[in-house]
Design a protein. Structure first.
Length: 314
């Protein structure tokens, strides 16, 4: 068993993943720009690192659960640790990131949704430093992350898996090995995000039409979730709408980013994606209307002439 595993980013997914690792018996060292969040996590066991370099030096496997490629660059190579975890795109290489402190033969596991070509390039960049790499985006939501039941779409060398596989299995019920080099995991994740974004947009459109037509939203929700038109996203996200709870578990701007990556990947091969394009515009509209940091179900707020549920306590 690998005793020392590092996890960077204690957000909705990262905190659950760290909990799953601790539950499996690993000694978990964590870093988050919010020092109070890191301290709260380690009250039940583990170590809160004061810097990314400290974490990198102490751990055989480092797992990054930040938002995007820019944050991952900063976590690995950024000149300032606080800017790194906050999402600064400054990627100047220096000793303040974790890469310079990681020992040769250690493993970096990247769990963000990114451009596959960027992930392929990162594998080569880390290999030059003697660091193994697993391209391992994740899906399933915060509840499944906390219970160790999420899905991981991964790709990497056999040597990287030999060290990290027990940790991956502790965090995910399904760990898909999709290739022996980086890129395949990110491509599959982007296709998953295509479906997730389109399904959320379609669910919002359906609920909005029901509201416009005067259908009771709770009754509509009950019927659809027991009928062929249901989707996991309708069932999950429209529950947020009914509760009038737009606390961001996954924010509107996440799908501005992720559907943008979907379209970028397709554009490179001149492949048409009409539904993805429309869904992307819907999330862009919601973001520009002031809902960027609300739950992604807030995309329903772009529809005119409807009265949204006010929740049970309203």
């Amino acid at each position: 068993m690998i005793q020392n595993v590092g996890l960077i980013g204690l957000g909705a997914m990262g905190s659950g993943m760290a909990t799953s690792l601790r539950r499996a018996g690993h000694k978990v060292q964590v870093y988050d720009v919010r020092a109070d969040v890191a301290r709260a996590f380690v009250q039940d066991g583990g170590v809160a690192c004061d810097s990314l370099a400290q974490l990198g030096a102490a751990c055989e496997v480092v797992i990054s659960v930040v938002v995007n490629a820019a944050q991952t660059e900063a976590v690995l190579f950024g000149s300032d640790a606080n800017e790194a975890a906050a999402g600064c795109a400054d990627s100047k290489e220096s000793s303040s990131g974790c890469a310079a402190a990681m020992k040769p033969g250690s493993v970096f596991v990247m769990c963000s949704t990114v451009d596959p070509n960027w992930s392929i390039a990162l594998e080569k960049r880390l290999a030059a430093l003697g660091i193994l790499y697993i391209d391992a985006p994740i899906s399933g939501g915060a509840a499944k992350a906390a219970s160790g039941e999420m899905t991981m779409m991964s790709a990497g060398t056999p040597a990287a898996y030999a060290k990290a596989e027990p940790l991956l299995n502790a965090m995910a019920a399904k760990v898909y090995r999709l290739g022996d080099s980086a890129g395949a995991g990110s491509k599959v994740k982007i296709i998953n995000q295509l479906l997730a974004g389109v399904h959320i947009a379609a669910a919002a459109e359906a609920m909005a039409l029901g509201l416009r037509e005067g259908v009771d939203p709770a009754a509509l929700y009950d019927v659809i979730t027991h009928s062929a038109g249901n989707s996991w996203m309708f069932e999950n996200r429209m529950a947020h709408v009914l509760a009038a709870d737009y606390t961001p578990l996954s924010a509107v701007d996440i799908f501005v980013k992720d559907l943008g990556l979907v379209l970028d990947m397709a554009r490179a091969s001149k492949f048409p994606l009409p539904l993805s394009s429309t869904a992307h515009q819907m999330f862009m509209q919601a973001s520009s209307a002031g809902y960027a940091r609300e739950d992604d179900s807030a995309v329903i707020k772009i529809f005119p002439g409807i009265e949204l549920p006010k929740g049970a306590g309203a």
